[in-house]
Design a protein around this ligand. Structure first.
Ligand SMILES: Nc1ncnc2c1ncn2[C@@H]1O[C@H](COP(=O)(O)OP(=O)(O)OP(=O)(O)O)[C@@H](O)[C@H]1O
Ligand SMILES: [Mg+2]
Length: 482
């Protein structure tokens, strides 16, 4: 037997681009490197006019000439012993993340006042057929976008992405497209690096001059958030720290919290584990295949801190955006899920109790007493009153019996089972003609104020009229009929 080297073709570089990085995940990988290099300031700068570049400038340690070459080598830093502040793992991020968005990656880095400039250019590699990088001369360095940044200070790194074919692949209007990518990016970075963006010596991170603010998925600043005791699960002598949070109900959110998508309509899909490696978020939400994302547990989020020593157990993917929990954790995690879900369910059902007097008229009332709770049709509701007043003599008793039967037979258990089982509830839409018919009944029953403006204001607080968009116009029309 003899051995012979089998060198990969240069096309490998092109294939590597397709590992499925999103723009956000790719940027986060570059930011990881800057944080690992001890940066205190990181600026993401992008050309939003023609989309010609996205670049990243940090004031970290920078690299010397040989360090810069290792950095550009595929898996060049793979066998490092990773410290607690190192967010890297594979020795691939800089190359794969960058080339997943564009065809050219330039690194200008400075250490001890000396600048080194190196470049991977896919077209150059494919053309020459060699695994060769370009070594930039002073004039090339000066010609690179934003290169004046690297001239300042004594150390730091500027990573530049150009020929952004993948990033711009589906952009019709480049400028609009870039602007919205950047605003999504701020949210993503605020969430992923939240724990670096807070505290006294917080990292200063900005995207095109706009500061990235921390986004706390657990709303620890909100008094109504319930926190479970911290739990340490030890594996091979390394602690995994688990902390469960039950988020406040929507009505207890602050105005700015209320605007967040992950706390509004999409709350349900954001429940689950938030897994952090070295305080950097690697997986946000979802129960990692251990439970379903129920409606009733939508308030639950669990923070899991894993140390890098346990990387091999967690099957962290190259993009650092997905993990799989080790077998040893699964059982314990299921128990944790059960405990926290019970808490979340309580918040939910407690809030269902809208029986307290409000200036809003519901069609169904929830009555609570010592024996429990029950639902009744609200006899004060104008629709009920309209029917009552339109009934012929003698039919009143039958109508009251019907109301009582509706209360007795309310299918609460069925509703509970379906909601808990994640079935979507379909609410039939009221068509305009149906609403008009109800309004006519109210008008003819003389149930409420007959002046259209006051009428529509009053109806805005009554189910189901409160959900009708053009209520005022409809009321005016119906009232014109007489
Ligand atoms: N901004 C930077 N400042 C200083 N050194 C850097 C910077 N970016 C990258 N490096 C160096 O380049 C190396 C390679 O980076 P790369 O992202 O490719 O791999 P990694 O961070 O080691 O692992 P991973 O694939 O998990 O990201 C890093 O380990 C680091 O030594
Ligand atoms: Mg990296």
């Amino acid at each position: 037997m003899r051995e012979e080297p089998l060198v990969p073709g240069v096309e490998l570089l092109e294939s590597m681009r397709s590992v499925g990085y999103s723009f956000n995940a790719a940027v986060a990988d570059i930011v990881d490197n800057s944080i690992a290099a001890g940066a205190r300031h990181i600026d993401v700068l992008a050309d939003t006019v023609s989309g010609s570049y996205v670049c990243f400038f940090d004031d970290g340690s920078g690299m010397d000439a040989s360090g810069a070459r290792d950095a550009l080598k595929l898996a060049g830093t793979r066998n490092f012993v990773r410290g607690e502040t190192d967010l890297g793992r594979f020795g691939l991020g800089l190359k794969t993340a960058s080339l997943s968005q564009g065809r050219r990656l330039t690194v200008l880095t400075k250490q001890g006042g000396v600048v080194t400039g190196l470049q991977w250019d896919l077209d150059f590699v494919l053309r020459t057929g060699n695994w060769s990088i370009r070594v930039l001369e002073e004039a090339d360095i000066d010609a690179a976008p934003q290169s004046e940044l690297i001239r300042r200070g004594d150390h730091g790194t500027l990573v530049i992405w150009e020929s952004l074919d993948y990033l711009l692949a589906s952009a019709h209007d480049v400028s609009g497209w870039m602007s919205s990518r950047l605003s999504e990016l701020r949210n993503h970075l605020g969430l992923v690096f939240q724990r670096f963006l807070e505290g006294r010596d917080a990292l200063r991170l900005s995207v095109n001059g706009i500061k990235v603010s921390r986004i706390d998925p657990f709303l620890e600043d909100n008094r109504r958030t319930q926190v479970s005791p911290v739990e340490n699960v030890t594996i091979e002598g390394h602690p995994v720290v688990v902390e469960a949070f039950t988020l406040p109900h929507a009505s207890d959110l602050t105005t700015s919290e209320g605007k967040r998508e992950d706390l509004g309509a999409r709350m349900r899909e954001h429940q689950g584990f938030y897994v952090y490696r070295n305080r950097r978020l690697v997986s946000a939400g979802g129960w990692l295949g251990l439970a379903k994302q129920d409606e009733l547990s939508k308030q639950t989020r669990v923070r899991v801190d894993i140390p890098p020593e346990l990387d091999h157990h967690w099957q962290l993917d190259i993009k650092k955006s997905r993990v799989e929990p080790p077998q040893a954790f699964r059982q314990r995690f299921r128990q944790i899920i059960d405990q926290v879900k019970i808490k979340s369910t309580r918040i939910h059902t407690f809030r269902g109790r809208q029986s307290e007097p409000t200036d809003f008229t519901f069609l169904w009332k929830v009555i609570e007493d010592r024996n429990g709770f029950r639902y009744e049709v609200n006899s004060d509701h104008p629709s009920v009153q309209a029917v009552r007043s339109a009934l012929p003599r003698g039919a009143a008793g039958t109508f009251e019996n019907l109301l009582a039967d509706l209360a007795t037979c309310f299918p609460a258990a069925d509703v509970y089972a379906r909601m808990a089982g994640n079935q979507q509830r379909e609410v039939p839409l009221l068509v305009e003609t149906a609403i008009a018919a109800r309004l006519r009944a109210l008008r003819d029953g003389g149930a409420i104020d007959t002046e259209p403006a006051r009428m529509s204001e009053a109806l805005g607080k009554i189910e189901p009229f409160n959900s009708v968009e053009n209520l005022r116009d409809l009321v005016t029309e119906v009232w014109k009929e007489v």
